[in-house]
Design a protein around this ligand. Structure first.
Ligand code: ATP
Ligand code: MG
Length: 446
């Protein structure tokens, strides 16, 4: 059932010829059994790290975590991680194993793994090694801890989030005892470093079944993103919504493509609403500056989760503009293209589409019709190569210097003015016409 790549077979054979055992293990076994091609093959072996390096001395090796017994071997341009069987020691702080002890038994290594579906090993000689009923849980779609869930989560609380991640990506349910322990021990997650949370959260959000997990386990998510609590059961008091802010948020996550940028944006797009709420004399709610407030809150959250500043900036820009009322008007849209760029505008189209689908049916057809007209107009402007950026303008800085527009600041301002005139349709995007206009403004100002 499991077909190993020839390089992997070669590595396992080599380990054996040197007196050690070797298996593929973890995610690649799980995915192979699900009929999915693994994105990488991890090996586990009785050979200690120095021996792995010696045995594969004719290949490039990288010591990725020798302390934890992991050596990466590069074969034919592919990187394979080989980890020595190990027993994880006592965990005092729910974060780092205090000590790593190597072992020569595969069973020790499988016992330290998080979930039954991740605790299977395979090689061609011995076949599948499944000591915890991983195959059965895989067939039934169940995430279950290896051993006692309470103990396993207190050893390493990240496993709480990993359980949610696998439920979201595989579409599995979490076995009742494991699920109870998750809800009971969720607070332990507050001690986990942002960068460990980040990886699991992004994978969770991009899972096909993320919405189910976000709904069912919202109290777990709120341990490391307490700002979301304000949206829980926050009723919107508006015809446009038939769900509280959090349930609307989850629906919006569900309706957008599974890319980290878009999913993270959807998770936080309305987080500013509870704080921005005001009520008018008719008892109607308004949320005037909520995208600005939400963008500021999101910046703080994403910093805490150690996201890159480029990613944070993109998410915050999208949140800031997600509620903008665009209309299919070329001049207006070119203004936005100038300000935000093509990629951001295209992302905003997807975001507004998902947002509309997550709202009530009130005016949905009209909203979708307008959005699709806006999107068509944007695509037309882009495809036609119409000018909305300095890059596309028929004159540049040196053209202006040539006709005697002096300093840097002045050049920048003049170019910007010319671009605005071209976007407004007041000047053609034509070098002669633009230079003539620029010259006339200089002459006027003297
Ligand atoms: P993916 O397909 O996303 O890579 P994966 O199962 O390979 O999924 P990894 O995070 O790459 O997940 O971890 C590799 C393996 O290491 C897991 O399958 C599991 O057996 C083990 N593992 C990883 N993290 C932990 C942990 N915190 N506690 C126990 N075992 C873990
Ligand atoms: Mg992996």
């Amino acid at each position: 059932e499991i077909r190993l790549p020839s390089d992997v077979k070669l590595m396992i054979d080599r380990l054996r010829h040197n007196g050690y055992s070797g298996y593929v293990v973890g995610g690649c076994v799980r995915d192979s059994l699900r009929g999915i091609t693994p994105h990488d093959w991890d090996l586990t072996t009785s050979a200690p790290p120095e021996e792995i390096e010696r045995i594969f001395a004719d290949y490039q090796t990288v010591s990725v975590g020798k302390k934890y017994g992991t050596v990466a071997v590069i074969v034919e341009g592919e990187l394979y991680e080989i980890t020595t069987y190990r027993i994880d020691g006592e965990y005092s702080d729910s974060r780092h194993p205090d000590e790593v002890r190597f072992s020569d038994r595969l069973s020790d290594d499988l016992a330290r793994r998080d979930f039954t579906v991740n605790a299977m090993a395979y090689n061609d000689e011995d076949g599948l090694v499944d000591l915890y009923g991983g195959q059965q849980d895989l067939a039934n779609g169940v995430i279950r801890c290896v051993g006692d869930p309470t103990q396993r989560f207190s050893e390493d609380a990240l496993r709480i989030l990993r359980a949610l991640r696998f439920a979201a990506t595989l579409g599995f349910t979490i076995e009742p005892d494991t699920s109870d322990a998750i809800l009971r021990q969720r607070k332990l997650l507050s001690d986990i470093a942002g960068e460990r949370i980040r990886e699991e959260l992004l994978k969770l959000l991009c899972g096909d079944h993320a919405a189910f997990v976000l709904r069912r386990y919202r109290s777990v998510i709120a341990v490391f993103i307490p700002e979301l609590k304000g949206t829980f059961d926050f009723e919107q008091n508006s015809k446009h919504h038939n769900r509280d802010v959090y349930r609307h948020t989850v629906a919006a996550v569900h309706h957008i493509e599974p890319l980290p940028l878009l999913r993270v944006t959807m998770l936080f797009h309305d987080i500013g609403k509870p704080l921005a709420q005001t009520t008018d004399k008719y008892g109607m709610s308004h949320y005037k500056n909520h995208p600005k407030i939400g963008a500021a809150m999101t910046r703080e959250i994403l910093r805490r989760l150690c996201m890159s500043s480029a990613f944070i900036d993109e998410v915050c820009t999208l949140i800031r503009w997600h509620d903008e009322r665009f209309v299919p008007d070329a001049v207006m849209l070119k203004g936005y293209l100038k300000r935000l760029g093509v990629e951001t505008m295209q992302a905003l189209m997807l975001i507004q589409h998902a947002d509309i689908l997550a709202q009530s049916k009130y005016m949905r057809e009209e909203k979708l019709r307008t959005l699709s007209a806006v999107s068509d107009e944007l695509n037309r402007i882009i495809a036609a190569g119409e000018c909305y950026s300095l890059r596309q303008l028929a004159v540049n800085g040196s053209d202006l210097i040539h006709i005697g527009v002096g300093s840097g600041v002045r050049i920048g301002k003049t170019l910007d003015l010319l671009l605005d005139k071209v976007i407004a349709g007041e000047l053609p995007n034509d070098k002669e016409a633009l230079l003539a206009y620029a010259k006339s403004t200089i002459d006027k100002e003297g």
